[in-house]
Unconditional design. Sequence first.
Length: 327
Amino acid sequence: MNGADLQLDAQGRLRHFLSIEGMRRTQLEEILQLAESFIGVGEQQVKKVPLLRGKTVVNLFFENSTRTRTTFELAAKRLSADVLNMNIATSATSKGESLLDMLRNLEAMNCDMFVVRHADSGAAHFIAHHVAPHISVINAGDGRHAHPTQAMLDMFTIRRHKGAFHNLKVAIVGDVLHSRVARSQIHALSILGTPEIRVIGPRTLVPRDIAGLGVHVHHDLAAGLEGVDVIIMLRLQRERMQGAFLPSEEEYFQLFGLSPEKLALAKQDAIVMHPGPINRGVEIASEVADGPQSVILEQVTNGIAVRMAVMALVLGRHPGAGAEEAA
Ligand code: CP
């Protein structure tokens, strides 16, 4: 499921943002650069710029979210857009209205952008395929498939701490099998030129074909963490597991949890990341999650600037856009 073709318009500009796979390095760097220019907005007295004034953004979250939904809402508001948060549980879908009919009604209200979170892989692509030509779709996480804005905020955070990707060793640890975040991160890291990406986890939670993405696979946490610059911890995605993948959470923490002792095996200045939500004592110890090497809450802050950048780019309303688009 490669969104590269669907997400570009006839002129080759980003119209939707559905997946990282198939994107060019220059496109990812443009997002990072634009996000850099938006970081200061959140520190201003008046946290607003007028780039999306007059635009209407609809948050369509069919699956629970804390970070992604709220940071998309804040990002849209900081760009001066109007924001609708659809409450799916109380919407007319409960009366049998189909997804496409709901979309047609939102289109009739002259909305400009749908931000979509869905438990089914491919949902954002499906919606992008069916929306009216003036609507942009952003994938806010679909099933196990992709979470492209999470990957971009992670890349932004890594770049801010490490400066570049060409000399980094990055470890992604945990339930890679069920993780949409890991897949998007691997694509983004490799497009940006990261020479060594390690995937670490139990055999039951690492996809058999993952090495095909150019990563090094480790089933021993200590060996995998040796000398890395960046550690990205992943949550056990219990809601996507069918059957027994693990003996117990205690045993999982013993083998794959990031404790201060395990962290000491990485480089001294290694950063610890986690997309959230974190499960303390399962994949990460509290001392590490709250410790000096953790950048977990910075990721959340950076998510606003990165989502502002993606929204401005897909609507052609960024400082580098042509006069006609930006008007
Ligand atoms: N990282 C992430 O997607 O978190 P939420 O599920 O809270 O949005």
